[in-house]
Design a protein around this ligand. Structure first.
Ligand SMILES: Nc1ncnc2c1ncn2[C@@H]1O[C@H](COP(=O)(O)OP(=O)(O)O)[C@@H](O)[C@H]1O
Ligand SMILES: [Mg+2]
Length: 375
């Protein structure tokens, strides 16, 4: 199907005004689009770069209708927006990304099932709603396992690693009445990687380089490109995401997180939007994950992706921001991004740094000199 083309001067509505919405908006503004954002927080990161801000909860149907009226096309910047609202936009012909990708990625069970349907490996898992079912799952999957809420989790929130039977009391108090959980085999991975790509409305895909992700306290700390993985993994990862993209009918930028063990990959999570591990593309690639996303939803042809030799992105959390601002003139050889969040919390993502170089060794040296490795 030929997509409707959204032209500069028209308005892009963004559901969610966090840093992803802000970076999408900045990319779109370069191209001459107007921005309307819907977010409940008056001082959200996207507000200062938007033309209109509808301050409303994501499930406020009336507000959503207002957004739809003032927007020529709508996108979402995170997967926990309201599905009902997304479906309204889709029915109104305003949501090229569709609501299906949201429905899948909002729910870990659906996410795993679709990966299996696409012929891909996932950690062994069971879905449980009662403590008894959970005990049975723990008999079937050897320790350690990780138990996660079926939806709504991020940055390791809503997760419990279970090492042995002595934690059963902890499991009992972790489970809430009426909740649904996934119990997953723990993968002793060698690396965590993510493949970020963009798919146009007519089904063309461009991929960014495979990235390696280092987490600290379950929060992404560093993304490194190129991912230093065994030979076949780059190709396998790309084939895996292409299979998923077709199955889901992805439109826009999309990310798939995977574990690497030996030469095998296991699908962990998916995000139907630009991803923290793709921020490096702003400076390291000829087109960023945000600009490519805007092009996809506006029905423009995707650009080819060319990349510098190497890049490292480091997240700036609340606990780092003070040092960064105080010593800003001393940070050499890195690009600085501040999301303009008013309220800082220890582990809140406040910004990021991007280092570009010919190779990772050179960048690692710069990271050492800047003492970022102590973060
Ligand atoms: N089955 C697993 N085996 C090993 N590590 C895991 C597993 N599931 C999650 N983790 C670790 O926890 C991190 C966060 O889990 P994830 O499922 O990505 O949730 P979220 O990013 O939504 O918090 C992963 O990046 C990984 O480091
Ligand atoms: Mg994750």
């Amino acid at each position: 199907m030929k997509p409707d083309v959204i032209r500069p001067g028209q308005t892009i509505g963004i559901l969610g005004g966090g840093q992803l919405g802000r970076m999408m908006a900045v990319a779109a503004r370069h191209m001459g689009y107007k921005i309307a954002v819907m977010d409940p927080v008056e001082a959200c990161p996207c507000a200062p770069v938007a033309d209109e801000h509808i301050i409303a909860a994501y499930d406020d149907v009336e507000a959503a209708e207002r957004l739809s009226q003032i927007s020529d096309v709508i996108t979402y910047e995170f997967e926990n927006v309201d599905l009902k609202v997304a479906r309204l936009f889709e029915e109104a012909g305003r949501l090229p990304q569709g609501a299906y990708a949201l429905e899948i990625t909002q729910n870990r069970e659906k996410e795993k099932a679709i990966a299996v349907e696409a012929g891909l490996s996932v950690p062994d898992y069971r879905i449980v709603t009662t403590f008894n079912q959970c005990e049975k799952a723990l008999e079937e999957i050897p320790f350690p396992v990780v138990m996660k809420t079926i939806s709504g989790g991020y940055d390791g929130k809503g997760q419990l690693k279970i090492e042995g039977e002595d934690q059963l009391d902890e499991v009992r108090s972790f489970m809430k009445e009426g909740g649904t959980y996934i119990v997953e085999e723990w993968i002793y991975f060698n690396q965590e990687i993510s493949q970020v790509f963009t798919r146009s409305q007519d089904g063309r895909i461009t991929s960014f380089p495979l990235a390696e992700n280092i987490h600290k306290n379950h929060i992404l700390h560093e993304t490194r490109v190129p991912a230093e993985v065994p030979g076949g993994v780059v190709h396998k990862a790309r084939e895996a995401v292409e299979a998923l993209a077709e199955k889901i009918g992805v439109v826009g930028t999309f990310a798939v997180e995977m574990f690497v063990r030996g030469e095998d990959i296991y699908i962990n999570e998916m995000a139907p939007r630009p991803h923290n591990s793709g921020h490096y593309t702003i400076e390291a690639c000829s087109v960023s994950q945000f600009e490519q996303h805007i092009r996809a939803i506006c029905g423009l042809p995707l650009l080819p992706v060319y990349t510098f030799g190497a890049a490292v992105m480091v997240n700036v959390l609340g606990k780092h921001k003070g040092i960064l601002i105080d010593r800003i003139e001393k940070y050499e050889g890195c690009h600085i991004h501040d999301y303009g969040k008013h309220e800082s919390r220890t582990n809140r993502k406040m910004g990021h740094l991007t280092f570009i170089g010919n190779n990772l060794e050179e960048i690692d040296e710069r990271i050492q000199q800047n003492q970022i490795h102590l973060w």
